[in-house]
Each structure stands twice: as C-alpha cells, then as structure tokens.
Design a protein. Structure first.
Length: 464
C-alpha cells in the first residue's frame, strides 16, 4: 500500500524535528560549531526574535549585542522589511530572466548612490565577500596591474580573492597560493608609498574601522592614502561591509573624514535587512565602462542570483527605514552614550584597558592588571591561550545576564559590540549593569568566573 504523501509543511517540520538542531549540525554541517557552543554554554534554544531581543521557550529575553556580526542592523523582523518581502513575493515578478532589466535593481542602485554622489554605478552580488571580489577584479582590470595592498589584521572575506587581502594568518594558512598581495600596517603612509612606487599596485583596500579589534583608521590616513594612490594611478577600495549603512554614526564610515572619495565601495550585511543575502560594489563610471567595455563583455562579471527581486526589495526597505526612522543618528547618539559610559570604567577596573570605536561599533579591550593576585591569574590564562579572559567576560554576560556578545577576533582580549542600530538607552542601561557586575566579579576574585577560566584553560590545552 502506497503511503499518502502530504505537502510540505514548514511549521510541522520544525515542530517535529527542531529539537534535533544541535545533533543535525554535529552530524551534517561544521561539527566544531556545536562543540564550541556546548563548551561555552551558548547552546541555547531560541524560539523567536524581535528587534534587539531573542526569546526562549520560557519567555526569557536575551539582548542581542552582536546583530549577526552586523547583519541585523535594523534588528530582527522589522515590519517594513517584512512587508516589502511579502509584497515582492505576492507580486510574482518575472525575476532573474537574465535577459531583461527589472526596475528594482536600478531603484536600489539609485538610492545607494545618492549617499555617494561621486560614484555612478553599482554591481549587485550576494554577500560581502562577493562585493570585495568584484572590487578586486574591477580594480585589477581597470588599472592593468596585479597587486593589491591591504592592512595587517584586516578582514575582507574568506573566498580566495578576498582571502588574499585577509590580514589574519589563521584564515590564510593552508589555502595558498593566493593573489599577489602585500600587507602594510594601518596608518603607515611611508610603507604605502614604498609599495606604490613599484608601479604594479592596482588598489589599496581598507576598512574605515577594522573589525578585528575595532581599530578606526588614524585621523587623516584615508585622505592621505587616497592622494598617494591617485598620484601613482592606483585605486582606493573602502570595505564598508560591516561599517556601512549607519553602523558608525555616518551612512558610510569613510564619511567621518572630509574629502575622502573612494574609487570603489563595498557594502552588504545590513543592506539585507537580515533576510535575503545581498552585496553591492559601488564604483566610478570609468571603472565599470572599462570592465564592461563592449557587448561581448556584458557578462564578464555576474552572479546567478545577483539583483534578485527579494534582495532588492529588502535593500530598498532598509534604506527607507534608515531615513524615515533616523536610524543613523540614533546609532551615533546611542553609540556615544555607550562608549562614554564604558570609558568611564577604565580607571575603575584594572583589567579594563581601553574602549574605542565609532557609533555602535565599539571595542572593549582588556589587559594585564597591576595587583599581584589578579596578575597571577591573568598570566595563567595568557599562557594557555591569549583571548581567554575576554571569553570569560562573554560567557557570564550570556549565562547570568542573557546578553549575547562575542570576542572581536581570535587570540585577542577584545570584545566587540555591534548591536542592532535601533537600540536605545534602555539597552545601554541593561548592558552596563551586566558588564559592571561581571567586572566586579572578576576584580573581586569571584570564584565562579575564575573557575570557568580554569575550564577554558583545560580546553585550550586539550586543543593544542
């Protein structure tokens, strides 16, 4: 007897098998992810999310200070973005025919370019790394040169081209050979010019605020770098994948410095509204016209899902919300409030060494204490693995205070705060109350926190 097969029912599938989430990941996906989550106690089961909060089955709320590494700029499930996606699905557009020109990509490009009046054209892909890949290809073709310069500790993506300009050896190891590239220290104009005089540099790619460690470019660096690049007929690529669309209190982070006009700008993450992957590479007209120089080259760089209607609708809705709800101004004001309140604690806690960043992209750096008791514990952690103390702060913020944060990079004693841009004073108060409680515990020799440190040490030693 043939079993009757029902139609697909997503709600029924999740209800029946949702509890297997960690087992399914361990069996079929990256098996180290559930292992890591179990180790640090982040193996939660969230039932739903709204705005800057997650909720578990018991109704407990969790404050999101990570925003999906910056993807959830408007928080989760913003009603305007949701409606735009319902509308575009209901419209049943003749999407991705590949041989017509739909209106939504042109409209989104127009809106994005309004914020960069010195640029004229946009290429749409599906992610930040694709946006960077396009910029690298366009720069090399337009200049006829092979080499790209980037900063030490930079992060521009993990596909082969973007990996070539990734300043973290841990990501690059084992994936060579990569593209011709050279790293310089951020802010080192002399090093930049030494490379440019060789005449083979196509472009310099840089994050206005480096995600790893949250390091803004030094004052005046971008403008001076731009002048040097143009002097030697090379291009400036600014990676705004994480910093763009209001994250730092300006629409683009490079706008913090007057007179900076990049030749190519990469955006993604928050442009998606948290729903449909999208990346965009904005550039000068002459660069695009050189790459797409004839009808024979019309598809010389393209993406199967690039410019799809759902992504374009999400992007248009995001830009509308940013304007209508004054989100960029909120990021600037709330970020200044949060950063000022954190900075005021530096003199109070000897383990807290620095607070930096722009807007709602803030780095909290910890360092070696002066008191003998704390110093001995710090030394044990550092000997096992650099970055363990920052993890010791992240874990109780989640387990005791239901606040999601994470370290800013491997082997770094820095926590990066990149919450949804819609948070306000209420969320700042909640985070500060929790952070001070955790720091009081650490400085008071709190047994629970330092006992967890011992667990992390054992885990670090076992992983060697």
């Amino acid at each position: 007897m043939t079993e009757h097969r029902k139609g697909f029912d997503l709600a029924e599938l999740l209800a029946r098998r949702g509890a297997e989430r960690y087992e399914l990941h361990a069996r079929h996906l990256n098996h180290q992810l559930p292992r890591m989550l179990h180790t640090i106690g982040f193996d939660k089961v969230y039932q739903r999310a709204e705005g800057a909060y997650f909720y578990d089955a018991e109704g407990n709320d969790y404050l999101d200070m990570l925003a999906g590494f910056g993807v959830m700029g408007l928080g989760r499930h913003h009603p305007v973005v949701r409606k735009a996606l319902h509308d575009v699905l209901d419209a049943q557009l003749a999407d991705l025919t590949r041989f017509d020109c739909q209106p939504l990509p042109g409209l989104l490009a127009e809106k994005l370019l309004a914020h960069t009046p010195h640029l004229e054209r946009v290429y749409f892909g599906n992610s930040g790394t694709e946006a960077v890949e396009a910029a690298l290809k366009f720069a090399r073709y337009a200049t006829g040169r092979p080499r790209i310069l980037y900063c030490t500790h930079a992060f521009h993506g993990l596909t082969t081209g973007s990996l070539s300009v990734n300043g973290e050896p841990g990501f690059r190891d084992g994936f060579a050979p990569l593209l011709p590239d050279t790293a310089i220290s951020m802010g080192d104009l002399a090093a930049l010019e030494r490379e440019l005089v060789r005449g083979d540099v196509a472009a310099f790619v840089v994050e206005p605020v480096q995600g790893k460690g949250v390091h803004p470019t030094p004052p005046g660096f971008l403008r001076a770098a731009q002048e040097l690049l143009h002097k030697y007929k090379a291009l400036l690529i600014v990676d705004e994948v994480q910093t763009g669309l209001g994250r730092t209190g300006d629409f683009y982070a490079f706008q913090y410095e007057a007179g900076v006009e990049p030749d190519l700008v990469c955006v993604a993450k928050a442009l998606s509204g948290g729903y449909v992957p999208v990346g965009a590479t904005l550039g000068r007209d002459w660069i695009f016209k050189k790459v797409y120089s004839s009808m024979d080259r019309v598809l010389v760089h393209s993406a199967s899902f690039g410019s799809n209607a759902q992504a374009m609708a999400a992007g248009l809705a995001v830009l509308s919300v940013l304007e209508d709800e004054h989100v960029v101004a909120n990021a600037r004001v709330t970020g200044e409030l949060l950063r000022a309140r954190l900075a005021a604690l530096v003199d109070r806690y000897e383990l807290l060494h620095a607070v930096r960043g722009r807007g709602l992209m803030i780095g909290i750096e910890f360092g070696r204490p002066e008191s003998i008791k704390l110093r001995s514990r710090w030394t044990v952690l550092q000997a096992a693995r650099k970055g363990l103390f920052a993890q010791m702060v992240v874990v109780p913020l989640m387990q005791r205070h239901r606040i999601l944060t994470q370290v800013s990079g491997d082997h770094m004693e820095v926590i990066k705060l990149i919450p949804p841009l819609i948070i306000g004073e209420r969320e700042v108060d909640r985070f500060m109350t929790a952070f001070e409680a955790v720091m009081d515990d650490a400085h008071g020799g709190g047994g629970l926190m330092w006992d967890f440190g011992k667990t992390l040490v054992k885990q670090a030693v076992a992983n060697r």
